[in-house]
Design a protein around this ligand. Sequence first.
Ligand SMILES: [Fe+2]
Ligand SMILES: [Fe+2]
Length: 471
Amino acid sequence: MAGIDYSQKIPNNVDLAGDKRLQRALEAWQPNYLEWWAQMGPSDFNMKDVYLRTAIDVGSDGWAHFGYVKMPDYRWGIFLGHAEAERKIGFGDHFGEPAWQQVPGEYRNWLKRLIVTQADTEPASVEQQRLLGHTAPSLYDLRNLFQVNVEEGRHLWAMVYLLHSYFGKDGREEAEELLHRRSGNADHPRILGTFNEPCEDWLSFFCFTMFTDRDGKFQLLALAESGFDPLARTCRFMLTEEAHHMFVGQTGVGRVIERTLQVMKDNPGKDVRDYGAIPLEMIQRYINFWAASSTDLYGAEISSNSANFFRSGLKGRAYEDKQADHKALEGQYRLENFVDGRVSVEQVPLRNAMNEVLRDEYVRDNQKGIEYWNRICERMGSQFRFRLPHRRFNRKIGCYAAGRFHPESGDVLDEATWNAHVATWLPTDKDRTYVKSLMKPVYEKGKYASWVAAPAKGIDDKAPDFEYVKL
Ligand SMILES: [Fe+2]
Ligand SMILES: [Fe+2]
């Protein structure tokens, strides 16, 4: 059992004490990280006790300890999943060769780029969510927000460990840069688009943790296959933490839906806005926005980078062991390409379509979340059904960025049709103003804002009126 050493300044299960140079470098980065947290982490709650879970082991069961912590005292540490004896590379040109314990020289830059891109999303989301504590709909939700925030901070630690330990001076420089880019900053933005979008209300936060953190899940699944073993092990434990973030999103949106349906049931024929709930169509528009934006995160449909990452054994497919051909040299991918204003089917060499292969898994997983929400509709006796927007809808990256597409059918639309309907498909200024008008904090134990239902059960089996955050 790879227990975690908490007697160290930086908790870890990588025997940091045995590598003084690395330990010193990370201990030098630590105050800069804390300064970033103080500046860009959750605003104004750093002196409060929050009921948080902390990793105490990397095994799948019983890995977490719950207790009150002030966020700046959270034990951010470095935790790698268990080593697999004699692990072999599972895909690409090096299939079957021993996994690398050191950075393979010829792939150094690609690997660094993969790690930096993943790393950058972690502090970005904390920055995006930094003001949400002021409008939390309950103490339960406030605690969940902070749990997500501290774990994204830990994910940054996970990536910075790799940069410091395997990439020397330029790794350390990249680690510094990660603390200096800022979400949404015009001059020095975060690397990926979605991570620069404002996330100013809780419906957006729930959609973000549902759709954007789920992108994180699939990126981590693909990196957990990496032939570079330290990256694979790092990502495996991050996935354990990530599951809670998606739980927050999926059940969060579900509770908003449930609340609206309850108001509709109790007040037939009335506008749910009169009761401070969010109309179902408006929720659908938020889903459309965040699902589409997060679908962009996989990059272009045809990509030589993705082919290189796969070929070199750096980034695989999610669930690679379920694939038959681990070299992916034979297969073709059937791509609905958008060229000259028309969708036409093309066969693409599989390796060039790895972004699309990963996006397929993502879309499938999103669909399950939609079905979960529709079961709430069914249970509450509503005919309304939520839809995952078509993957071509409202894209900013890849071939579909050049066109307009219907959110359900994916059909090509002309500009006039798009303009005539866009207000029913994407959040309008009016929607945003309304949703923002609901964002008033509810800090009383066991109470919830007018627009969201109570959760089915508490965190760590706590009673409904448990004081998740001591304000
Ligand atoms: Fe993360
Ligand atoms: Fe996350």
